[in-house]
Unconditional design. Structure first.
Length: 403
């Protein structure tokens, strides 16, 4: 009931964008988790070619977040969101075509550009439309996003079992429907004048030392959240010997988000400063990687329980920190540069996440079976260091005014 009341208290545009985010994640996770398997098993592509396809998609999105955020500021977020959904529909539709490397690379570029457009634009629209209820809005945003992330693989697995191209086509249809619905229903949101040029807006963001310090301090949030799709599922499968263990990891995360997201945000908002909530969330994220160290793989059943505990604690940490992080980015941005600031934030966070994920994988490879705890320890230390940096930043003048 508390969640429903919180949803009802949000303005109509925010409620529409919550549903949009559920649909975006539903369509995305119907296809992407199965893409590599399809390219190898059905299309007969080499691992190198598959890596190129997946890398191009990620680079197209992460590298263009700044462009998407700037477009949101200059053109208004509504049109950019609609354009992003249309492009994602085209990109996923291309995945449904007969696979060839040129077509797949083009599909990856188009779908990546789509994400670069609507991700910062949606967050800018939510931040501006929700007014003084930003934290609650972003908490609900996380809830709806996780719902789509959970439902997507379930729907996708049923469709892909018939034919991967069917799953891609249905996902493309989902994005097309989202674009049409927003074109018909989402209210216009005119761009606010920033009083500066595009390059001037970029200079403002990149010269904002307080904002950059905050971004780098909290970027580990995204690097460690990614382990929900990498380190944790692999550990669950290794402990149980079955692929279905992955579903248990996602179920633990989803149940935690459904049950606790709104309550956790409300509790933090009433009892903690924004900076304390962010620091607490990051500390919980770091602590989430400790249980598998204490209960090693030599005891498979206990190790699997530890992995589930990690997924649960990781989700609680993310739901604690993320709404306040997103609110902080919006509040830090000058008038007319909200999208630009989100673009810079996601660009830099994406780089840190990519480097961090690669580093965790490298540590796991180097440690081998002799020290399976090494990658977990790296993640724990990264989360705790990020929490310390986020809390320490409040003692500097550049960050104090937004704490």
């Amino acid at each position: 009931m508390r969640t429903l009341r919180s949803i009802a208290a949000q303005p109509l545009p925010v409620r529409l964008l919550l549903v949009n985010q559920l649909g975006v994640n539903l369509g995305f996770y119907m296809v992407i988790p199965y893409l590599a398997v399809h390219l190898e098993a059905s299309a007969g592509m080499s691992l190198a070619a598959i890596g190129i396809v997946l890398g191009v998609r990620n680079l197209s999105q992460q590298g263009l977040f700044l462009i998407g955020g700037t477009a949101s500021d200059r053109l208004g977020p509504r049109g950019v969101i609609i354009a992003g959904c249309l492009l994602r529909a085209v990109g996923f539709g291309m995945f449904a075509l007969t696979p060839s490397l040129p077509v797949l690379i083009a599909a990856s570029v188009v779908s990546g550009v789509a994400g670069a457009l609507f991700n910062p634009a949606v967050r800018a629209y939510v931040a501006e439309a929700s007014g003084d209820r930003k934290v609650e809005a972003f908490a609900l945003f996380n809830l709806f996003a996780n719902t789509g992330m959970c439902l997507g693989p379930l729907v996708g697995s049923a469709l892909v079992a018939v034919d991967f191209r069917l799953g891609a086509a249905v996902a493309a249809a989902v994005f097309a429907v989202l674009a049409l619905a927003q074109a018909l229903v989402l209210p216009a949101h005119p761009a606010a004048p920033s009083g500066t040029s595009i390059l001037g807006g970029w200079r403002t963001a990149f010269n904002d030392k307080g904002f950059l310090a905050f971004t780098l301090a909290t970027a580990a949030l995204f690097a460690l959240q990614n382990q929900l799709y990498l380190l944790l599922p692999k550990a669950a499968v290794d402990a149980t010997g079955t692929e279905w263990a992955t579903a248990a990891v996602f179920a633990a995360s989803t149940v935690a988000t459904f049950a606790l997201q709104v309550r956790a945000t409300d509790w933090c908002r009433r009892r903690l400063t924004r900076t304390a909530a962010i620091g607490l969330g990051l500390a919980l994220i770091g602590a989430a990687f400790v249980p598998p160290i204490l209960l090693p793989p030599q005891a498979p059943a206990l190790h699997f329980a530890a992995v589930l505990a990690s997924a649960l604690l990781l989700s609680i940490g993310v739901m604690t920190a993320q709404p306040f992080v997103l609110e902080r980015v919006a509040d830090q941005a000058p008038q007319g540069l909200t999208g630009t600031y989100y673009g810079v934030y996601y660009l830099l966070s994406g780089i840190v996440a990519a480097v961090g994920t690669a580093a965790v994988g490298l540590v796991a490879d180097l440690a081998g079976t002799g020290a399976p705890w090494a990658s977990w320890l790296c993640c724990a230390l990264l989360g705790l260091a990020s929490a310390a940096l986020a809390m320490r930043g409040t003692r500097t003048p550049a960050l104090a005014h937004t704490s």
